[in-house]
Design a protein around this ligand. Structure first.
Ligand code: G16
Length: 545
């Protein structure tokens, strides 16, 4: 029996502001928190439908990740822990934008189009970040689920990747791991302890200074504290920006560090010692250090992808496993990283549109797909067959010590990785494990290749949908004349590249530029911003050099 009456009644408690239209963005809906109550209620409804359709548990995470505290947002999680299928994004938009009196009709249309059987009860997992608005908004999600008579489990404060993990565990009956936070901490810690057990404990603590972790004043810091006892003192770290005083993502966090190319406030930097920053929901991570002259060095998603894929490739060779390894990037990937991966490491490199969902699916085409956005969002996915081969080899008693040890390390790597989505905590542990096992300092890692100087800027326009792109966002198809203008500007600089794209999480157009020197990258980014401002309906102040 379907409780449409319950939906009608409860939806009145979460009314849609008439005329408000929101777009489903790069990772769900994201805007000022005060516009989201009705969206959350309706995403509760949609998650319940998706759960019925897939006959699996579905996840709803209330977070605006890297955005400022006053924003919020929602990410929907599919059965295997990946982002919700693209085909359902349009249902999310329809449901969100239906005026109050059209809500039931829209809901029923989706049920009909997807031929959803409403007999069985659905289960929806809900989680939230530390924003002030998140508690009420997640209650709205829970109301949406219960108004259809379905079940939910509220996990409360979790990182986004933890919720992705929990959903996958639940839908694989525990074969991916135990569907609890303790299960998450245990699985990752055990794998980390296993890998680093190959490194002498004294060496482990004396070779590396404690890792300095910037928690962006968000959920990641909280969860690192919870995880600490599980790590059996194999990782020495200090937490900064743990949320006890500063504001979420304000002058700190992975996005700030990456875009501003400077260290966050609140972290005591010591020359040569490695630091990392999480973002607001702990699904991104970047590393950095200062050299003795105080010069800032960033190791972003591209450097992370290179470190991890090199490690895996070496282990595959040592284990004698013939598996296809690929790296998936976006247009933001530094040209030097792509060059290094293709020409030095000889791995397949693919470029796709921004958004983890695109990278994830591209990576799944290979035995092992390492995917990272330059902003530090990424992970590794292993095909079922790759996992089986690795497990089989690790358990083979006839192997030489060398091969066996490589196969076992690969098996531990599979367990250390959160294969559902980018995960700052899991990525950090893998990076720390690789650095420890390979005896690499952060400076040696940084030297694998040298980044081309680059700059990212934002331009405000009246309607960012005026910009359309093609070729994995590397070329603009509208407005007319913009790409020609960019080509003309790029032609003036050496080793240069630039592209523009509408952000799917903020109301801005993003501009990326790289060139032979920082000064040139800065000028190029500025000139392209100006072209966007003039040709795509810029608002507010004209960009300044
Ligand atoms: C989200 C997406 C990322 C994307 C980022 C920025 O990250 O999950 O894939 O790179 O937004 O997207 P855009 O340039 O379209 O604003 P997060 O960490 O904010 O959820």
């Amino acid at each position: 029996m379907v409780h449409f009456e319950g939906v009608s009644l409860k939806s009145l408690l979460h009314p849609k502001p008439a005329g408000l239209v929101l777009q489903y963005g790069t990772a769900g809906f994201r805007t000022t928190a005060r516009h989201l109550d009705h969206v959350m209620f309706r995403m509760g409804l949609l998650a319940a439908l998706r759960a019925k359709k897939t006959m699996s548990t579905i996840g709803v995470m209330v977070t605006a990740s890297h955005n400022p505290e006053e924003d919020n947002g929602v990410k929907l999680i599919d059965p295997m822990g990946e982002m919700v299928a693209v085909a359902w994004e349009s249902y999310a938009t329809q449901l969100t934008n239906a005026e109050q009196d059209a809500l039931l009709t829209t809901l029923k249309d989706i049920i009909k189009q997807e031929a959803i059987s409403m007999d069985k009860k659905a289960m929806v997992f809900v989680g939230r970040d530390t924003r002030l608005s998140s508690e009420d908004l997640s209650q709205a999600v829970l109301d949406g689920v219960s108004s259809l008579g379905d079940h939910s489990h509220d996990f409360g404060l979790v990182t986004t990747p933890q919720l992705h993990y929990l959903v996958r565990c639940q839908n694989t009956n525990g074969s991916y791991g135990n569907a609890s936070l303790e299960g998450y901490y245990q699985k990752l810690s055990q794998a980390f302890v296993q890998i680093t057990s190959k490194v002498n404990a004294v060496k482990l603590t004396t070779d590396q200074s404690p890792l300095r972790i910037d928690g962006a004043n968000g959920i990641g810091a909280l969860k690192m504290r919870e995880m600490e006892p599980f790590l059996q003192q194999r990782l020495s770290f200090n937490l900064y920006n743990d949320g006890t005083s500063g504001r979420l993502n304000h002058l700190c966090g992975a996005d700030y560090v990456k875009v501003q190319q400077r260290s966050p406030q609140g972290v005591e930097m010591v020359a040569g010692e490695r630091c990392c920053s999480f973002d607001g929901d702990a699904d991104r991570i970047v590393y950095y250090y200062h050299n003795p002259q105080g010069h800032f060095h960033l190791l972003d998603g591209d450097k992370i992808a290179t470190l991890i894929s090199t490690f895996i490739k070496e282990l595959l060779t040592q284990a004698g496993l013939n598996l296809q390894l690929a790296v998936v990037q976006t247009a933001y990937a530094n040209g030097s990283s792509t060059h290094f991966l293709q020409n030095n490491m000889k791995v397949i490199v693919e470029c796709v549109k921004t958004g983890v969902k695109h990278l994830h699916h591209a990576a799944q085409k290979f035995d092992i797909g390492v995917y990272f956005e330059a902003n530090g969002h990424g992970t590794v996915v292993f095909s079922d067959s790759a996992e089986e081969q690795i497990k089989g080899l690790a358990a083979d008693p006839s192997l030489t010590e060398d091969r066996k040890s490589a196969a076992q390390m690969l098996e531990d790597t599979v367990n250390l990785v959160n294969q559902t989505v980018g995960d700052a905590i899991s990525d950090m542990l893998l990076i720390e494990a690789v650095l420890a096992v390979r005896g690499l300092s952060v400076q040696q890692w940084d030297k694998i290749y040298t980044d081309l100087p680059n700059r990212q800027l934002k331009v405000k326009v009246a309607d960012r949908r005026a910009i359309d792109t093609t070729d994995a966002e590397r070329r603009a198809t509208s407005p007319a004349g913009l790409q020609e203008a960019i080509d003309g500007i790029v032609g003036k600089y050496s080793l240069s590249r630039s592209f523009v794209r509408p952000s799917g999480t903020e109301d801005v157009v993003r501009v990326y530029a790289e060139a032979d020197t920082q000064a040139n990258a800065d000028c190029l980014a500025y000139e392209v911003s100006l072209a966007v401002y003039h040709l795509a309906g810029g608002v507010g102040e004209e960009p300044k050099p």
